[in-house]
Write a protein that binds this ligand. Sequence first.
Ligand SMILES: Nc1ncnc2c1ncn2[C@@H]1O[C@H](COP(=O)(O)OP(=O)(O)OP(=O)(O)O)[C@@H](O)[C@H]1O
Length: 648
Amino acid sequence: MPLPDPQLTPGLEERAARVSLFRKLLKNPVGLIALIFLALLVLSAIFAPLLAPADPNTASLQDVLAPPGGAHPLGADSAGRDVLSRLLFATRFSLAGALLALVVAAVIGVVAGLIAGYFGKWFDSVSSWFAGLLMALPGIVVLLAARAVLGPSMWLSMAIFGVLLSPAFFRLVYASVSAVRNELYVDAARVAGLSDARIIARHILTVVRAPVIIQAAMITGIAIAIQAGLDFLGLGDTTVPSWGSMLNDAFAKIYTNPDLMIWPASAIALTCIALTLLANVMRDELERTAGPVKRRKNRDRAAEAPIVKAAHLSTVGMATISEEERRLALEQPAASEPGEIVHPVVVHPDPEDGGRSSTGNPFGEELLSVRNLAVGYDQPDGSIKVVVNDVSLRVRRGEVHGLIGESGSGKTQTAWSVLRLLPDGGRVIDGSISFEGKDLAHATEKEMTKLRGAKIAYIPQEPMSNLDASFTIGSQLVEPMRVVLGLSKSEATKRALGLLERVGIPNPQRTFDAYPHEVSGGMAQRVLIAGAISCDPDLLIADEPTTALDVTVQAEVLSLLRELQAELNMGVILVTHNFGVVADLCDRVSVMRAGRIVETGPVRSIFAAPEHEYTKALFAAILEEGEPRGELVAARTETAQTEKEGLR
Ligand SMILES: Nc1ncnc2c1ncn2[C@@H]1O[C@H](COP(=O)(O)OP(=O)(O)OP(=O)(O)O)[C@@H](O)[C@H]1O
């Protein structure tokens, strides 16, 4: 029975920090004043035709420079036009012009930033080059040139200005997306079977949303100022009333009627100040929230964890490399010491009845068959570094196959090859990966997206980093079930609550509503296990699922895994450093060293009579008294020596 988790705190303070940005702005006096001012401005722009006492362009010789009062509450200008009406319509056109520039800049910048930051590759270089080019252009000169060629259209000028402003959004979004695309929760979402479009919409956009809103406020202020500047210089569209054109008109009468300057100048200044203050308050409020801090902490932790090697995930399948390249690459011993002799794999025979699962039933059909798998990484000099070589293994339904070996022996690379989620530059360079009769090494990305999460599930070693700090645990469980199983929200919620209960979470509803930082590591790992089994996978890949947990929690999680595996009759690949875990959970084990399997067979047989020196060395390091790590290092040196002499 799992222990109730002491670290599930109600988290009221942090939950309070997550109230919407809008509510935070309302509570901040500066934010509130800026919001009220901008709201009034927008309302007056929208209702300008109703509020204006006269037509903004109707001139009257009798009213030239009329003082405020009567039919002209703010007076009349040098052409006898009503200043209040012009001001209201100018607000409309100035805001609309700034909005046009903002929309053009945001659409181009955000879309390009998302694509370049998330997918990278050639688009990254091309778009970064374009952004640099646009930033190098002097904006005002381009606008003057455009006006000379295309005429004095305010809309055209603002659209062109939007293009010139787009690098501001591009660089911001690009930096934010590049920072999160390697987060483990993004990898986890991919493993859960979510498509790139969904991952971007759900996990990436949430990260860039806040900075984009802040940037939008600043950009609107800049667009208003530039537009006013152009109109003030008399380069704008004279048929459209705007703050800049009012300023231009008033400037001519600055000595006789200085009050005409006050209204447009105040409108421009107050609007720019309100937008800048709003942006600053938003930034301050967001910096005060727990979310980004938590995420940063998770990043740091992830950076320390070995799984960070899976960063820069790409979904490269069987590489299209030439036969010659493949032959040369495979001739290298996989990551082993130079000159070391590679011995044939020691294979322990299966029991005569083929073996039985922990429930006593015979194993089912073969789910996964990996044959002579080789994984390589492209090197800057054009060569390929082979990190897994000639690895063959199979997993039957109901069978747990352990992959054990020292750090860097290729266990994770083998597991990631099956998921087809090798890090950037990594590729399957030889062999086949057959899953339920389908060759995964040659499957298209679309086929893999369908399999991941639905048929092949994954449990990572860093539970916290694999959950997105911006969403509740419930929503992260529900989303893949809706996509993969096509369940409705209520069905998926019900199933998620059932799964949370099944994985031993004492108060499923509370955990469902909690954010990742509100639960402990053990509970987060249970959540990820619930997520992994949520779509009834046939094969589960667990990559050191207990490494990041403390010893008591490790035992509970292992026992949960054992129960679930038997209950769902899944095939499991369990990556571990620990022979205790192998003894506890596995039916078969493959011992890996330097990218190769050196010994494989039923766990009982290998435990009873390990044959390979390296397996014996691993056992010696664990079972014998003394300092385990010292023993392993000494034994490894001996092993290398023995192998060099051709002995085993
Ligand atoms: N992106 C990469 N580029 C080049 N080599 C890599 C890359 N990622 C991993 N490797 C190499 O692949 C080899 C196997 O790594 P792998 O992560 O599979 O080891 P592991 O047995 O899972 O170790 P651990 O238990 O520490 O996770 C290592 O020698 C490592 O240096």
